[in-house]
Design a protein around this ligand. Structure first.
Ligand code: NAI
Ligand code: MG
Length: 346
């Protein structure tokens, strides 16, 4: 039987192309001989916008839709007005392809230092809702630029949207050894959205009796992420809270060079998109200093999503072993990618 993976590759800006090259290197090395990796590169991001004014033309989006999955490096440059590429490219893909599960695992790998005291045991995953909340662009402003300016940015929460992500999070918790799910919201103040989330969480939870549940207000969650991160297994939360706590989660678990993410459409109606959490890092672009590990770990999430579980585990294991043996010697982006490719192939 011959199998294949058709991958849309969006290297993007800054260090994006540098880390994506390593992700592809490791993917090619880990896949069995009979699996053909077909990649098509899309030139999107700041360079393209400067050249043509385009962010993501519909025809290109239609072509991207045909692939099995998307691997993205990073998008953005200080020379592009803030919001242009975020809304016109990244959010456009996440919304159009209905990436309602934004998956962000946090794990403290060996030999990585957490800024937290002691040696905290960190191994949790945040399931962030990806298609609703305050990020849908439901708002506007009037009397702009005057002292009477009014700005609204409405958080949209639907019973359908909340239930599907909560259900996904319960299923993920059920599949993990600890089987614990924490809902993070702010239902003491945001009572309308908060109660929809809490009621849905309690109702869906009845179908998962093996999963123990817990609720935290988002402000309290930031305390525990720092004082007791070991208490978390799976966290489910809305788009905005998820954005913020996953940056905190990345910071406490060894840094941005290791944080992976998946923008997932679990129904598989559209391709899911995998990307490191970090941005284009213009300060180190072209210097060979970018750590490609976050991209490689994102490629592992991609493999798992497409059903290549054994290969995903080999990539995770290679990263763990590589980090455990990292000495003080500084390696280039390429050298780290090569080392990981060698490990997954053996
Ligand atoms: P950033 O994540 O690009 O960089 C923050 C700091 O982390 C910098 O000092 C950078 O050198 C370092 N860093 C990031 N990735 C690294 C890696 N793999 N290895 C070693 N060091 C790394 O965030 P920043 O500076 O706020 O944003 C730069 C640009 O990236 C902006 O245009 C921003 O909009 C965009 N961005 C794009 C994202 C995406 O494509 N999903 C996410 C975050 C930011
Ligand atoms: Mg963010």
């Amino acid at each position: 039987m011959s199998r294949s993976i058709s991958l849309a590759v969006i290297p993007g800006d800054g260090i994006g192309p540098e880390v994506v090259a390593q992700g592809l290197k490791v993917l090619s090395a880990v896949l069995p001989q009979d699996v053909k990796l077909e990649t098509e590169e899309y030139d999107l991001g700041a360079k393209r916008w400067h050249a043509t004014g385009e962010t993501l033309p519909d025809a290109e989006m239609e072509r991207i839709r045909q692939h099995d999955a998307i691997l993205l490096g990073a998008i953005g440059d200080p020379s592009v007005p803030s919001g242009t590429l975020e809304r016109g490219l990244l959010l456009k893909l996440r919304f159009a392809f209905d990436h309602f599960v934004n998956l962000r695992p946090s794990k403290l790998f060996p030999n990585t230092t957490s800024p937290l005291a002691g040696d905290p045991d960190i191994d949790f995953v945040v399931v962030r809702e990806g298609t609703e909340g305050p990020y849908v662009g439901n708002g506007g402003s009037i009397r702009k630029g005057t002292p009477q300016e009014v700005a609204n940015e409405v958080s949209v929460n639907t019973a359908f949207g909340v239930e599907r992500v909560v259900r996904d999070a319960f299923a993920r918790a059920q599949a993990r050894p600890r089987k614990k799910l924490t809902l993070v919201h702010k239902n003491n103040v945001l009572v309308y959205a908060g109660h929809l989330w809490k009621d849905t969480f309690d109702r869906v939870g009845q179908e998962f009796p093996e999963v123990s549940t817990d609720y935290l207000h988002v402000d309290a969650a930031t305390i525990f992420l720092v004082t007791d991160p070991a208490r978390f297994d799976v966290i489910v939360t809305d788009n905005l809270f998820g954005d913020i706590i996953t940056d905190l989660a990345a910071a406490v678990s060894g840094g941005i060079g290791l944080a992976a993410s998946g923008n997932i459409n679990p129904s598989r109606a559209f391709p899911s998109m995998f990307e490191p959490v970090h941005g284009s890092a213009p300060d180190i672009a072209g210097t060979g200093k970018a750590d490609p590990t976050a991209t490689v770990l994102s490629a592992a999430l991609l493999l798992r999503h497409l059903g290549y579980e054994a290969e995903a585990e080999r990539v995770d294991a290679a990263v763990t072993a590589d980090l455990a043996e990292r000495s003080g010697a500084v390696r280039t982006t390429d050298e780290i990618g090569d080392a990981l490719a060698v490990r997954v192939a053996s």
